[in-house]
Design a protein around this ligand. Structure first.
Ligand SMILES: Cc1cc2nc3c(=O)[nH]c(=O)nc-3n(C[C@H](O)[C@H](O)[C@H](O)COP(=O)(O)OP(=O)(O)OC[C@H]3O[C@@H](n4cnc5c(N)ncnc54)[C@H](O)[C@@H]3O)c2cc1C
Length: 413
């Protein structure tokens, strides 16, 4: 039998980690097609003097085990993020004011309930669908987990994953697992020294990556797959692994019924990160989030957090800020950011750079109820195609690489 060949669509975290895992498992013919001029996907590292500003992928936590291991292998140091706060207070003080039993008792209860439900889901049990479709807030309140709810204002909403009253529980469960709870308790948050772009460039060394090769047509039959790129190149392989948004994938091919169904079940949100320059902005920790934007959707578009970056050459100070941005145009977001920064104590704030992201693919609760999760699991391998990336796991490098490690068993048994 000949060597199985693999084509991977997308050179972001989903594509790169899958390529590396396949290579480590002995595959030799692996080609990654990437539309843009660089690898790393939603990573945008911008150097300012000796400092790097991350507009996209930013932190690794305890859940990023695979990535932390790779950093070590590549000899890339980790920079530890010091204190993070909410409303300029310790996160634990904010959490303790939530309703219900002591925090540690809530952690134990949450872990137990989550573990049971996720184990049933793993086995394809559809009787849990109605629970996963519930809003995170409804489920937490029904279970008297008010302190976990407050923790999620910081670890879910403030980093752009959505408001708890709208976010289906499955998404919160995928992100807030035992490793995340350990992160919260140990305050383990790091960044790769030199920035994420440096990490991805090093990680990609030795892989066959074709940059500026946007797929424009995908054909699949019993003999193999063929992906045509914008310059007319035809790339053939036995197996296709897609990491691009599923609706974009469907537009390039004749989709299967399942692919079409998933594409129609997912809504992307908007998340905007901006670099602000200010004369002054008093702060008690490098990163601070605000509960009046994270605990309710009433202040949609206002600042979720600010992160101090560095001083610029004019002696002004640079901060990164984040906004959930689905409902606004770019210039409106800049206006809101300036107004809100002033309200929060910034002197003469100016937006100097903005990055608007297609972010956090969120499932329709109705579709979760009627079997979306089972469809997404069962469609893998159909028409020689496997799907991964944020839509199939969660919008984080850690969950994507963990998902790939599981998927690998089916991709290369
Ligand atoms: C502001 C921000 C902050 C974040 N912070 C963190 C963080 O702190 N920690 C963390 O773990 N994660 C973080 N993330 C999330 C993380 O960056 C994403 O979840 C991850 O990049 C998604 O990986 P992916 O491979 O699924 O998709 P992407 O990163 O979107 O990569 C997909 C790739 O496919 C390419 N592509 C698209 N269409 C085609 C085509 N037709 N042909 C060929 N190639 C194509 C794209 O150019 C892209 O490179 C953050 C993201 C943002 C935006």
């Amino acid at each position: 039998m000949g060597e199985t060949s693999y084509l991977i669509l997308g050179g972001g975290p989903g594509g790169l980690t899958m390529a590396r895992m396949l290579k480590d498992r002995g595959a030799r013919e692996i080609t990654v097609l990437e539309a843009s001029h660089k690898v790393g996907g939603k990573c945008l590292t911008s150097p300012i003097g000796d400092h790097v500003v991350e507009f996209g992928t930013c932190y690794a936590i305890w859940s990023h085990k695979y990535i932390l291991k790779q950093m070590k292998k590549l000899g890339i140091e980790r920079k530890k993020l010091k204190a993070q706060r909410i409303d300029n207070r310790e996160l634990m003080d904010y959490i303790r004011e939530g309703s219900g039993p002591p925090f540690i008792a809530q952690v134990i209860k949450y872990s137990r309930l989550r573990g049971q439900l996720m184990a049933r889901a793993e086995k394809g049990d559809s009787s849990t669908n109605h629970v996963f479709a519930q809003s995170t807030q409804d489920w937490l309140r029904a279970n008297n987990l008010g302190k976990i709810e407050r923790m999620m204002h910081r670890v879910v909403t403030s980093i752009g994953y959505g408001y708890l009253n709208r976010l289906p529980l499955i998404h919160a469960f995928r992100w807030v697992d035992t490793d995340m709870l350990i992160t919260g308790l140990t305050k383990f948050t790091v960044m790769p020294d030199g920035g994420w772009q440096y990490f991805w460039d090093r990680f990609a060394e030795g892989l066959d990556i074709r940059l500026e090769q946007a797929a424009t047509k995908i054909e699949r039959d019993e003999t193999g797959v063929c992906v045509t790129t914008a310059d007319g190149t035809e790339n053939r392989a036995d197996i296709l692994i897609s990491t691009i948004p599923i609706e974009a994938f469907c537009a390039l091919t004749e989709p299967t019924a399942a692919e079409q169904y998933v594409a129609e079940s997912v809504t992307w949100s908007g998340y905007t990160t901006s670099l602000m320059s200010v004369d002054a902005w008093p702060h008690s920790a490098p990163v601070n989030a605000w509960s009046d934007t994270c605990a309710t959707d009433e202040n949609d578009g206002k600042l979720l957090f600010h992160r101090f970056e560095c001083e610029d050459e004019d002696g002004r100070y640079l901060f990164t800020v984040g906004q959930l941005s689905t409902a606004y145009e770019t210039d409106e977001l800049a206006e809101i950011a300036v107004f809100d920064a002033e309200q929060r104590g910034a002197e003469d704030p100016r937006v100097i750079q903005q990055a608007v992201w297609q972010y956090m693919p969120t499932y329709s609760p109705d579709r979760i109820r009627t079997g979306l999760l089972q469809t997404m699991a069962n469609m893998q391998g159909e028409r020689r195609t496997f799907h991964t990336g944020s839509t199939f796991s969660h919008e984080a490098v850690s969950t994507i690489s963990a998902f790939n490690a599981r998927l690998l068993k089916a991709v290369r048994p």
